[in-house]
Write a protein that binds this ligand. Structure first.
Ligand SMILES: Cc1cc2nc3c(=O)[nH]c(=O)nc-3n(C[C@H](O)[C@H](O)[C@H](O)COP(=O)(O)OP(=O)(O)OC[C@H]3O[C@@H](n4cnc5c(N)ncnc54)[C@H](O)[C@@H]3O)c2cc1C
Length: 275
């Protein structure tokens, strides 16, 4: 039997700086067989390791519609990510997964999709964004709302700006504080709701961002008439095994790693430790 904790070797192909403490790591599994069999769903995560430092759960930022290269958008936060930021291109790291449930793609299909991201919350949602655009006929209207404090903090800026010209997605970008060169919206994410006509009964919303954004965005969605089981949000809990064995990430009677990290608002509001 194979050891589920055994990481696979993966090479860092390219490191693309996003802002001061956030980088996009393009990674390729060394083993060709593993590479061919690596199938993930948007919203799933991997456990990454740098030799001698331990492991950290990181969402997959790339879409399964663009296989071969796995993209991870990582903020330098502590032990493992510090060590990762010291590595250069061509270095080899450990990776196991994909783990977790991912966004409820089969349910969303045939509906409108509203993606709402704040700050580094764009990392897991980028996978869902490109998955839905690459399978455009499976979805009705697609709306992206993304906000950061300043233009410099906006992740994937070039690719998101390229969406502004597309007719098959409404892309609304905003910053709390603009600059002379900033041409999109200024204000907090909930203000973007004024620019759209939503149909809550036929829309699924996927949110990821800082706690303060959740608070106001959830309020807006409920005011608009969204039912709580049409709102998907990701929970971040400290994890060790990633496979439902160690109990570190349990919330109520659920494990964030295997039952999540994507939960509906309905699930989350009924979890004792979260509310
Ligand atoms: C499902 C999932 C997906 C994620 N996706 C991403 C992603 O795409 N990109 C990304 O950048 N991050 C992501 N994270 C967050 C990332 O896993 C954490 O930031 C992780 O802790 C980084 O590991 P580290 O060893 O570098 O930092 P750590 O050394 O773990 O430190 C991180 C922070 O936690 C604090 N800390 C350390 N130990 C404890 C403890 N026992 N209790 C409480 N706080 C402690 C530290 O002081 C520090 O502020 C994700 C987390 C989850 C659960």
């Amino acid at each position: 039997m194979t050891n589920p904790y055994l990481p696979h070797l993966a090479k860092i192909i390219r490191i693309i700086p996003q802002m001061n403490d956030v980088r996009l790591f393009q990674i390729r599994l060394e083993d060709e067989g593993m590479r061919n069999n690596f199938n993930h769903r948007p919203g799933q995560f991997v456990m990454i390791s740098v030799l001698g430092t331990g492991e950290a759960p990181i969402s997959i930022s790339s879409s399964p519609t663009r296989p071969w290269i796995i993209e991870l958008c990582i903020r330098k936060a502590g032990k493992v990510t510090d060590a990762l930021f010291r590595l250069k291109e061509n270095a080899v790291i450990g990776l196991r997964g994909p783990y977790g449930n991912g966004y409820f793609i089969e349910k969303i299909k045939g509906n409108n999709l509203l993606i709402i991201a704040g700050g580094i919350g764009m990392a897991p949602l980028r996978s869902l964004l490109w998955y839905s655009l690459d399978n455009r006929d499976d979805f009705k209207d697609i709306i992206l709302m993304y906000g950061t404090k300043t233009p410099d903090e906006m992740l994937f800026k070039d690719e998101l700006f390229s969406l502004l010209d597309r007719e098959d997605i409404k892309c609304l970008l905003t910053v709390d504080k603009g600059t002379d060169t900033w041409k999109a919206n200024i204000g907090f994410v909930p203000k973007l709701f004024d620019s759209v006509n939503l149909s809550p009964a036929t829309t699924y919303a996927a949110i990821c961002g800082p706690p303060i954004m959740y608070q106001f965005v959830l309020q807006k969605l409920i005011e608009c008439g969204f039912s709580k089981d049409r709102i998907m949000m990701s929970l971040e809990r400290r994890m060790q095994c990633g496979i439902g064995k160690c109990l570190h990430c349990s919330v109520g009677h659920k494990y964030t790693c295997t039952d999540g990290p994507i939960f509906t608002y309905w699930d989350v509001m009924n979890m004792q430790e979260v509310v």
